[in-house]
Ligand binder design. Structure first.
Ligand code: DGJ
Length: 544
C-alpha cells in the first residue's frame, strides 16, 4: 500500500507539478476574447492601458527622458507609447543598435510602466522621414511613390519588394531584441506597425511597379473576402462595389470603377499587405499583439486631400482582406467627433484602442468612455509629457480612479454588465439599460442650481456603470446626474436603498461617505459633480 502511495506521489509530482508551475508562469502579452470583449492579457491578468504617447522626438535620448518618467508616474499612467526610429536603430545598413531601447526598458521597469513600441519604419504620417539615410539615398533600390505627373514623393513605395525586405529585416531585429531582453519580464506589451500610413497629396502611386499592379486582376483574396462578407461590408465600401455591379473578375477599375475611391482602395490593399506581412514576420519571432493607426479623414474630402488609404473606417474591409496578422486598426484623434469615429471603428465588432488623442481638456472623460462604452483596450493622449502640472491633470485623477477599478472592470467585461455615457452641452442626456433598470444619465449642469448651469463652458461629463448584483451598481466618473426607472414595468418605482462614496483599496470597497440628503437630492438621484472624479456604490430597490 505504502509502495503504491509512494508511486502515486512520485507520478503526481512528476506529471502534475510541472504542469502547475507551467500554468502559473506568465505568458507573452496577448489578446483574448471574453464574451463580447477583447482583453489584453499581461502576465496572466487582464490589463487596461492607461496610456500616453510621447512627442515624436522625446525618446531620442535617455537623458531627455529623465524629467518625463516622474510626470508619467504623477499622472498614474501604466503604459507609455514610444517610437522606435528605423533611422536610429539601423543608421548603417545591416548594423543594428538597440542600446537606447534597452535603457528605456530598464527605466520603464524602474518606474513600473509598460511600453508599447511604435515602429516608425517605412512610413510615419504618410512620409518616409524615418527611413535611414542609406534607404533615402538609394532611390534605385528603394523606389518612391510618384504622382500622376511623374514627380517623386518622399513616400517609399508599398509595392516594392526591396522596401519590404529592408523594413522587414529591421523589424525582425527589433522583435528579436524585445524577445531577448524582455521575453520574461513583459515590459513591452504591444507593437504598432508603422505610423499613420497614408497617401498625400496623390491618392495613388504611379511609379512603374504600381502601374503594373493596377492593371493586373484584383487579387483573389480580396475578391473572396468581398463575396464571403457581402452582407457585412461597411456601407461606404459596399456601395462602391455595388455601384459597379458586384463584379468579381477584372482589374481594379473593372471591379470598383474609375475613380479616386478606386485609387485609394488599390493603395489600401498594398499598404495592408505590407503591414500584415511585416507583422507576420515579427510575430514569428515574438508574437506580441500588433496594430496599425490611422490619421482620420475629414468627411466630404476626396482621396488625396487627406492621408488616404490608411486603416480608415471606409477601408477597413480592404485592410482586413489583405491579412490577419495585424490584430486591429486604431484611430488617432485630432478632431472632436469622438463617438462618431469610435462607433465606425467598432461597428464590425472590433476592439477599440485609442493610441493618440490631442492632449486637451476632454481626455479624462473620453478615457473613461473608452472603457465604459466600448470596453476598449486603452486610451493614450499624444505628447503626454507636455504637461507642466502633471499632479493637477484631470487625466491623472481619472487614471487613478481607473487603476482602482481595473479588477472590477475586467471581471465584468464582455457580459453586458458595463455601460458608459459621454455628456456635453450639445449632447446632455443619454439612456442606458442594464438588468431590470433604465438609467437616465444627464450632464451635472442640467441641474439648474449648479454654478455651471448658466455658462457655456460645460466640461465633458462621463460615467461608467458596472452591474455587480441584481440591484447593485458601481457608478464612477465625473459631471453626471442619474435617475432610475424599471426597464419594463412603468408601474414600479425605483428608489435608492443605499448610496456610498468610496474607493477600492486592494480591491476592497472602502466607504468614505454615506451619501444622503442633498447629495442624493433626498433620494431622487445619484450625482457626481463636475469638479469631482469619484466612485459611488448604489443599491436600488423597487416599490409600487
Ligand atoms: C499624428 C502622428 O501619428 C504623431 O506622430 C504626431 O505627428 C501627431 N500627429 C501630431 O503632432
Amino acid at each position: 500500500m505504502n509502495k503504491l502511495r509512494r508511486a502515486f506521489t512520485y507520478i503526481f509530482t512528476l506529471v502534475f507539478f510541472p504542469l502547475f508551475v507551467f500554468s502559473q508562469s506568465p505568458t507573452i502579452p496577448h489578446l483574448t476574447q471574453k464574451g463580447t470583449a477583447t482583453q489584453l492579457i499581461v502576465d496572466n491578468k487582464p490589463f487596461i492601458i492607461l496610456g500616453g504617447e510621447l512627442g515624436n522626438s522625446t525618446a531620442t535620448t535617455v537623458q531627455n527622458m529623465l524629467t518625463v518618467w516622474p510626470k508619467l508616474k504623477a499622472m498614474n499612467l501604466n503604459t507609455v507609447l514610444v517610437p522606435v526610429y528605423w533611422e536610429l536603430i539601423e543608421a548603417q545598413e545591416g548594423k543594428f543598435n538597440f542600446s537606447l531601447y534597452w535603457e528605456l526598458i530598464i527605466e520603464a521597469r524602474k518606474n513600473d510602466i509598460k511600453l508599447i513600441f511604435l515602429w516608425f519604419g517605412s512610413w510615419k504620417n504618410s512620409m518616409s522621414s524615418h527611413a535611414p539615410a542609406w534607404v533615402k539615398l538609394n532611390q534605385g533600390n528603394y523606389p518612391r511613390v510618384k504622382d500622376n505627373t511623374g514627380r517623386s514623393q518622399e513616400i517609399l513605395s508599398s509595392l516594392s519588394e526591396n522596401v519590404f525586405q529592408a523594413d522587414k529585416r529591421a523589424f525582425e531585429h527589433l522583435m528579436q531584441f524585445i524577445k531577448d531582453v524582455d521575453g520574461k519580464d513583459h515590459t513591452v506589451i504591444m507593437v504598432q506597425v508603422e505610423n499613420e500610413i497614408g497617401m498625400l497629396p496623390s491618392a495613388r502611386d504611379y511609379q512603374a511597379l504600381a502601374e503594373e499592379a493596377f492593371k493586373k486582376p484584383v487579387p483573389a483574396e480580396l475578391i473572396n473576402y468581398l463575396q464571403k462578407n457581402k452582407e457585412k461590408l461597411v456601407p461606404e465600401f459596399w456601395k462602391i462595389w455595388q455601384a459597379n455591379g458586384y463584379k468579381t473578375t477584372g482589374d481594379w477599375e473593372a471591379i470598383f470603377g474609375k475613380s479616386l475611391a478606386t485609387d485609394e482602395i488599390f493603395m489600401a490593399y498594398f499598404y495592408s499587405k505590407f503591414s500584415n506581412q511585416l507583422a507576420e514576420a515579427g510575430k514569428k519571432i515574438y508574437p506580441l499583439p500588433m496594430f496599425v493607426n490611422a490619421a482620420l479623414n475629414r468627411e466630404g474630402r476626396e482621396p488625396g486631400n487627406y492621408p488616404s488609404a490608411g486603416p480608415l473606417p471606409h477601408l477597413m474591409d480592404v485592410w482586413k482582406a489583405a491579412g490577419s496578422s495585424v490584430d486591429f486598426l486604431a484611430p488617432d484623434f485630432y478632431n472632436p467627433d469622438f463617438k462618431h469615429w469610435c462607433d465606425l471603428y467598432t461597428r464590425q465588432g472590433d476592439v477599440l484602442f485609442v493610441p493618440e488623442h490631442a492632449f486637451d481638456n476632454t481626455v479624462a472623460a473620453k478615457a473613461l468612455y473608452t472603457f465604459a462604452h466600448y470596453e476598449g483596450l486603452g486610451f493614450s493622449p499624444f505628447s503626454i509629457e507636455s504637461t507642466q502640472k502633471p499632479t493637477e491633470e484631470p487625466l491623472g485623477k481619472m487614471y487613478g480612479l481607473l487603476r482602482e477599478l481595473t479588477s472590477l472592470i475586467t471581471a465584468h467585461q464582455g457580459q453586458g454588465k458595463i455601460k458608459g455615457v459621454l455628456l456635453s452641452k450639445r449632447d446632455p442626456e443619454s439612456i442606458v439599460r442594464m438588468g431590470n433598470y433604465e438609467f437616465t444619465c444627464k450632464h451635472d449642469y442640467t441641474l439648474s442650481w449648479t454654478p455651471g448651469a448658466r455658462t457655456d463652458d460645460w466640461s465633458l461629463g462621463s460615467v461608467i456603470i458596472i452591474q455587480t448584483g441584481d440591484d447593485e451598481f458601481f457608478v464612477a466618473g465625473t459631471g453626471v446626474v442619474i435617475t432610475f426607472k424599471h426597464r419594463d414595468n412603468k408601474d414600479l418605482n425605483v428608489g435608492l436603498l443605499k448610496v456610498e462614496e468610496g474607493n477600492f483599496e486592494n480591491n476592497v470597497w472602502n466607504v468614505k461617505r454615506h451619501l444622503n440628503g442633498d447629495q442624493t437630492h433626498q433620494g431622487r438621484h445619484v450625482n457626481i459633480p463636475t469638479n469631482q472624479i469619484q466612485t459611488q456604490r448604489v443599491a436600488l430597490y423597487l416599490y409600487k
